[in-house]
Each structure stands twice: as structure tokens, then as C-alpha cells.
Design a protein around this ligand. Structure first.
Ligand code: PLP
Length: 394
């Protein structure tokens, strides 16, 4: 039967990683894959995680099953991190998932069960796996304009105009912060406008937040999400612990469904447990347990926040350096938007031909849509990149 299988398009970012590895030049710069790197190019385990692992090794007495939706303490800790006190706990159903991807997948499956006709509106561009999972599940999908190539900012008018075509019951997939792949994010005033429009049209927000703490800080990065969850009648939230805890391979994430308290919440919670049971039964526990320990222990939490803050500031410094260098070399302000973007990524807003030119002539690897991972840079490679961008005539 295996001969009946169809080939699937290779993941472009993973293919790019391989080309980078095969490239014999020794001053290549990999700005492709979405993993945080420090100035030495490493993705180290955070100290807070190491310490939590040590404690866990000493204290853990069983590896028996936990629960279909994970440890309730993980849900409580993540809800506090994501939502603060913006939403009453009694309104929230929660399920631990394998990473943020698992949360996106379970969230879309929940939508398909609850509202099979709903169209899911996605930003153009969005994280390619959103589109891939939506297609795999057969969920009707439509794009809304998001990025303005000319300014490097959010095309907010375009976004609102496109969403006007959405029908009541449709879902709007939004990035909570640090939009991937563009790095451009709505202002708080724009979040407020968006909420008003979604309320008026009867749309449901699904907020994917994978980089809390990478943009303007833990609280600020969640501000848009908190406004949405507190003002909309129903909100879905997919959160990832991969980046901000640096535990990519542990697969820790959570899906939250905010709605009415009481029987409605219990019904949703039961459906989340059902969905986990069908797909993988019990969610991975190790990463989630580390996160819970870090978030609920004052010493570990302070250590983690300090490390996260250092990562965030490092990325902001690189953004400023790059924008400054480009300003000097191009004698223009047209790249200043790079300093305004937030998170690990920025979309340069140039053609695939120019992206290819950067790779061929300068050994600089960007994703084909001109997304670059700012954390892949360091003080030495910033001038190299700036020179290459100007040389390529971008
Ligand atoms: N959502 C977005 C927008 C992402 O960029 C990512 C990771 O790249 C994820 C979700 C999922 O991350 P993970 O499944 O590794 O936790």
C-alpha cells in the first residue's frame, strides 16, 4: 500500500539548513532556521532549566501517567504567564500539548468539531506550518493582508478591509507577538480596533503566541492577547514554551479555550481531553514540569527571567546595529523598520532573486520570502550582512 503515498513538498527551511551545511565557504551566515542563538552561535540550555532538571531528577519518584490534559499546575502557571489576571480562571479550559505546534493542531481540530463550516483567516504571510496543518485538516482557509513591503510595517487598513469579508463564526488566526515571519506587529490601538471589528462581525480569535518575552518583555508581549481574551466572548490560545524556555525538543505547549464559565467550560475541557486522547493520549510531561517548576519557584523564575531578558536585549541590540549600519551604507532610512520589528524574525521585503543573490554571492542564508533570523547575527556578521544587502541593490 505504501506505493499509493504521495510526496509532500519538503519543508523549505529544513532544506535550506542542509544547503547551508553543504556549503564549503567558511564565512557563511545562517539566518534561516528559527532557533535562538547567542553571540557564539550556540543554542545553550538555560541555567534555570538546568537547575530545574537537577531538582526534578532528585525529586521525581514516578514516571506514571499524569492526566489527559496534563498537570493542572502547568495549566495554572501558563495561564498566569499568558493572561495575568485578565480573565477569570473559571472561564478557561486548558490542555497541555506537544509544543506550540501541537496546540495549533488541537485548536484547529476543536474548531473543526465545533464549527465545521468556519473559515480560518490567516495573515499573509504567516508561519508556513499554519497553512500546512490547515490544508492537512481540510479546514477552509483565507488570507488577509498583513505586511506592507514598502514600509516594513503592518498593513493594518488592508488587514481590516480583508477581514470585512469574514462571516459570523469564522476564526481569525493572529500572532500574539513577534509575528513570524515578518517581525511586524499591531500597536495596542490596532489590537483594540481589531477587537471591535471581530465583535461586530461575530468572529472568533485564535491567538498563536510562540515568542512571549522575545519582543518588548513578558508583560508587554502578552498585552494584545490579554485585551483580546478579556473582551471577546470566546478566544482560543496556542502557546509554545520552546523558545522562551529554550526547550525546543521537549515539546511543551498549551492550548487554552476561553469562553463561558460553568457547564460550557466543562464541555470544552472534556473535548480537549477527548482530542488529546485520540491524537496521542497523554501529552509530554518533562518540559511542562520544568516550566511549572521555573514559573512557581521564586529563585528559578528570577534566574529564567534574567536569562530571557538578556536574550531579548541581545536581539534588540542586533536590530539597532543592523539598522544603523544599513542607514550608513545605503545613505537612507529605508531599513529603519528593522529596528522597529520585534522578536527573532524580520522580513526584509525583497525578491526571491535577491535572496538567492545574497546566498550565492555573499554566503548569507535567508528564507526565500526574505525572512531572516536576527538571532543568527553577531557583532561581526552585522556589517557583512549590511554590505551584502547594499551590494545586492536591495
Ligand atoms: N507558532 C509559531 C508562529 C511559530 O513560529 C512556532 C515555531 O516556530 C510555533 C508556533 C511552534 O513551536 P513549537 O511547536 O516548536 O513549540
Amino acid at each position: 500500500m505504501f506505493e499509493n503515498l504521495k510526496e509532500h513538498p519538503a519543508d523549505k527551511i529544513l532544506a535550506l539548513m542542509q544547503t547551508f551545511r553543504d556549503d564549503p565557504r567558511d564565512d557563511n551566515v545562517d539566518l534561516g532556521v528559527g532557533v535562538f542563538r547567542n553571540a557564539q552561535g550556540a543554542t545553550p540550555v538555560m541555567q534555570a532549566v538546568k537547575q530545574a532538571e537537577q531538582r526534578l531528577w532528585q525529586q521525581e519518584t514516578t514516571k506514571s501517567y499524569v492526566g489527559l490534559t496534563g498537570d493542572p499546575a502547568f495549566a495554572d502557571a501558563m495561564i498566569a504567564l499568558l493572561l495575568g489576571d485578565a480573565v477569570a480562571r473559571a472561564r478557561i479550559a486548558a490542555a497541555a500539548t506537544p509544543g506550540g505546534t501541537g496546540a495549533v493542531r488541537q485548536g484547529l481540530e476543536l474548531i473543526r468539531m465545533a464549527q465545521p463550516d468556519a473559515t480560518v483567516w490567516v495573515s499573509d504571510p504567516t508561519w508556513p506550518n499554519h497553512l500546512s496543518i490547515l490544508k492537512h485538516l481540510g479546514v477552509p482557509t483565507r488570507p488577509y493582508r498583513y505586511f506592507d513591503n514598502a514600509t516594513g510595517g503592518v498593513d493594518f487598513d488592508g488587514m481590516c478591509a480583508d477581514l470585512e469579508a469574514a462571516h459570523p463564526g469564522d476564526v481569525v488566526l493572529l500572532h500574539g507577538c513577534c509575528h513570524n515571519p515578518t517581525g511586524a506587529n499591531p500597536t495596542m490601538a490596532q489590537w483594540a480596533e481589531l477587537i471591535a471589528q471581530m465583535q461586530e462581525q461575530g468572529l472568533t480569535p485564535f491567538v498563536d503566541i510562540a515568542y512571549q518575552g522575545f519582543g518588548d518583555g513578558l508583560e508587554d508581549d502578552a498585552a494584545g492577547l490579554r485585551m483580546v481574551a478579556s473582551e471577546m466572548p470566546e478566544t482560543l490560545i496556542a502557546a509554545s514554551c520552546s523558545k522562551n524556555f529554550g526547550i525546543y525538543r521537549e515539546r511543551a505547549g498549551i492550548l487554552l479555550a476561553v469562553g463561558d464559565a460553568g457547564a460550557a467550560r466543562d464541555l470544552t475541557q472534556g473535548n480537549l481531553a477527548y482530542l488529546n486522547r485520540q491524537n496521542f493520549s497523554f501529552p509530554p510531561d518533562h518540559g511542562a514540569r520544568l516550566v511549572t517548576m521555573i514559573l512557581t519557584d521564586a529563585e528559578l523564575r528570577a534566574m529564567w527571567q534574567e536569562e530571557l531578558e538578556q536574550m531579548r536585549r541581545g536581539m534588540l541590540d542586533l536590530r539597532r546595529q543592523l539598522a544603523e549600519e544599513l542607514r550608513r551604507r545605503s545613505n537612507s532610512e529605508r531599513f529603519d523598520f528593522l529596528a522597529e520589528h520585534r522578536g527573532m524574525f524580520s522580513r526584509l521585503g525583497t525578491t526571491p532573486e535577491n535572496v538567492e543573490k545574497l546566498r550565492r554571492d555573499h554566503g548569507i542564508y535567508l528564507v526565500g520570502d526574505s525572512r531572516m533570523n536576527i538571532a543568527g547575527l553577531n557583532a561581526e556578521t552585522v556589517p557583512h550582512l549590511a554590505r551584502a544587502i547594499v551590494d545586492a541593490g536591495i
